[in-house]
Design a protein around this ligand. Structure first.
Ligand code: IVH
Length: 667
């Protein structure tokens, strides 16, 4: 083999290994940069030597949907969609057609909710969940078993008895409204892109590579379709009741309907009741109840003839655009917001609605004074979904996105690959400065009581506070010089500032407004660095070695600490007594009970999260390694350790221990 061929082979082997470690093991051992460099070298070699091409080369994954971290599996029965309609008349026509297709029998129909989430197929063997696969392209999907196992309402081991040895059950993974709103509020706060609706949030969450994060997001699942050779009953309805008894969540709103009148009544009743449901639904599904009749009716190429979906019309309101403002966030992101003639929409009065960013604004093609459609499909912030072009006033000018910062006049810049325009004047642009101070004092950051947006503005205008460090120089007297602040309020603020010195280091890191560093990232970064001096000194490569820190975040951190004004702020905060290291107790609680032994963690745990186990291993003198090899000393296995790993561990004779055993080792 010549040199090029050897090099190509080696690069492919290493890239495959790194891919595996990154996507499957979730524990990369090289930085993204190193990985990219290797990939580029391989691409160049393959270009120069077309004879060495191989369709399974890692270069062929780039840009495809595959390889985003999940293995794929084929569906035993294809996952089809449903024919749908928006009119009750068409539901009746479907019912008529169905009756004619099975003459002499009056088919019972089951009415149920159409859950607005993401479809999932679960396989159970001997009552145990063995695989969870997304819909994918209908014939193959991603294997997301680890993530699905974090959903508490999905039974891992079925209850009761009477289930077939092998069967499939399909349902919808949903994010309940409450969780959706919590997640979006958190994302808005961190200036991360919001999820447009619970469906996107559920689908996005299910594809996360970190099951611990999936677990945190509170997904839920409802089941509506059982498949298999030896199902317990001859009707859909009875099978679903059996599924409920085995521990699946099956909607209470599933009912048997015997007549057209029943169907109509069900539609009107559910259109009202769905507003009270804890999860998003976008309609109803009607299914022929008898499995034998279903078999007779069969499928078209795309959907079953034995079922139809009736979709609810989304709730929207039409109102006039008064003006468009451009809000500037603490990170400089400029968001277009429509100011509207107040309008009533599902229970609240809407005055402002987001147009998200320039791309979306351009798609909408909003003109001055336009009549707009506002939708609240459940989003916390209503959004503009359409324009009534016919009602446009003649000669109305299109609304343009601003080219300069509406607050400070600086030309805006657009970060490559992102939809947002940003004002780059971090130090002169008032809403950015005051936004960072507001963030700093917030409840989940330094939690300084008594300072709201108005006080921050007043403090800024008076010149008392020009940056977060100035808060620590405030005195009761200086505060009382401001309009509207009495002694009591001033004392409260000064006390609050003093108390903030006890806030743990990870929250301080979050409070600093480092680009892309949200609450979770701050925690990980703070714990990994241990103290501010180390954090300030870390390179991008060192930072990307921290779990969940990608190149963008790493670059944001390095850039932040390269700015002298930020370093000066840190020094002033330190001098004021703000906590700049993880607490002593955390580092003191160490032992050497694991004596340098190496561990591989796999599966989902009950007593601690994976991250916590990793930390426990390190604190007790052990080492975490990404994948099982001859050198691994132990495998710490949770509930659903992958069968391939288990096999490998057994083959190499590596002890597989459970949580309790592990905890006993470090006791
Ligand atoms: S039955 C062969 N029932 O809607 C038909 N689907 O538009 C199997 N969905 O892919 C699907 N609620 O993800 C069925 N009660 C329900 C449903 C439901 C939501 C989803 C499902 C399906 C899509 C079709």
């Amino acid at each position: 083999m010549n040199d090029a061929a050897k090099r190509v082979e080696r690069l492919r082997r290493e890239l495959n290994e790194h891919n595996y470690r990154y996507y499957v093991e979730n524990s990369p051992v090289v930085s993204d940069r190193e990985f990219d460099d290797m990939m580029h070298e391989l691409e160049a070699l393959e270009r120069e030597h077309p004879e060495l091409d191989d369709e399974l080369s890692p270069t062929h994954r780039v840009g495809s949907d595959l390889g985003k971290g999940f293995l794929q599996a084929g569906h035993i029965y294809p996952m089809l969609s449903l024919g749908n309609t928006y009119s009750p008349e068409e539901v009746e026509q479907w019912l008529d057609r169905t009756r004619k297709a099975i003459p002499g029998e009056a088919p019972d129909v089951v009415g149920e909710l159409k859950f607005d989430g993401t479809g999932i197929s679960l396989i159970y063997e001997q009552g145990r969940l063995v695989r969870a696969v997304t819909r994918g392209d209908g014939s193959r999907g991603d294997v997301v078993t680890d993530n699905v196992k974090t959903i508490r309402s999905i039974p891992l081991q079925l209850r009761g008895g009477g289930w077939p040895d092998f069967f499939e059950i399909r349902g919808e993974i949903v994010m309940p409204w409450k969780e959706f709103e919590r997640l979006n509020a958190e994302r808005e706060f961190n200036e991360e892109p919001l999820f447009a609706n619970p469906r996107n949030a559920a689908a996005g969450t299910l594809k996360l590579l970190n099951p611990a994060e999936v677990a945190r997001r509170g997904l839920d699942a409802y089941f509506y379709y059982m498949l298999g050779e030896d199902l317990p009953h001859a009707t859909h309805y009875d099978n679903m009741q059996a599924a409920r008894a085995w521990g699946f969540k099956v909607s209470d709103h599933m009912v048997r309907l015997r007549s057209e009148a029943d169907v109509d009544a069900y539609i009107s009743r559910m259109d009202a009741e769905r507003r009270q449901l804890p999860v998003a639904t976008d309609g109803l599904v009607f299914k022929v109840d008898s499995l034998r009749q279903q078999l007779n009716l069969g499928f078209t190429a795309k959907s079953p003839r034995w079922a139809i979906a009736y979709k609810f019309a989304a709730e929207r309101a039409r109102t006039r655009l008064l003006s468009v403002s451009f809000d500037v966030g603490r990170m400089g992101t400029v968001t277009p917001v429509a100011n509207l003639e107040p309008v009533q929409l599902s229970g609240t009065v809407v005055r402002r609605a987001s147009m998200h960013n320039e791309d979306i604004m351009r798609q909408l093609d909003v003109h001055e004074g336009d009549m707009l459609y506002v939708e609240k499909g459940g989003e916390i912030i209503p959004k503009i979904v359409d324009v009534d072009v016919d009602a446009r006033r003649p000669g109305a000018a299109p609304v343009r996105f601003v080219s300069h910062c509406p607050a400070c006049g600086t030309p805006l810049v657009r970060v490559e690959g992102e939809a947002a325009w940003v004002c780059p004047d971090k130090w002169g642009c008032v809403p950015q400065i005051t936004g960072r101070v507001e963030h700093f004092v917030g409840r989940r950051m330094m939690n300084i009581d008594g300072i709201g947006a108005e006080t921050v503005s007043a403090l800024f205008a008076s010149g008392l506070v020009r940056g977060i460090a100035d808060l620590y120089d405030l005195s009761v007297d200086s505060l009382m010089s401001l309009d509207g602040i009495a002694r009591k309020g001033a004392v409260r603020i000064v006390d609050g500032v003093r108390a903030s010195c006890d806030v743990p280091f990870e929250r301080v890191v979050y409070a600093l407004s480092i680009p892309y560093v949200g609450e979770t990232t701050a925690k990980k970064v703070a714990r990994a660095a241990g103290n501010i001096d180390r954090l300030m000194a870390m390179s991008e490569a060192e930072l990307t070695a921290i779990e969940d820190v990608g190149p963008r975040i790493a670059a944001g951190i390095v850039e932040y600490f390269s700015v002298p004004a930020n370093r000066e702020t840190v020094e002033r905060l330190r001098a004021a007594g703000v906590c700049m290291a993880v607490p002593e107790a955390d580092t003191a609680e160490t032992s050497d009970s694991l004596g340098g032994k190496s561990f591989v963690i796999s599966g989902v745990f009950e007593h601690h999260s994976r991250d916590e186990y990793k930390e426990l291993i390190e604190r007790n003198g052990g080492r975490n390694v990404g994948s099982i090899s001859k050198k691994t000393d132990y495998v710490l296995a949770g509930a659903n350790m992958g069968p391939a790993k288990l096999e490998k561990a057994q083959k190499l004779g590596i002890p597989v221990i459970g949580e309790d055993e592990f905890l006993a080792m470090i006791e």
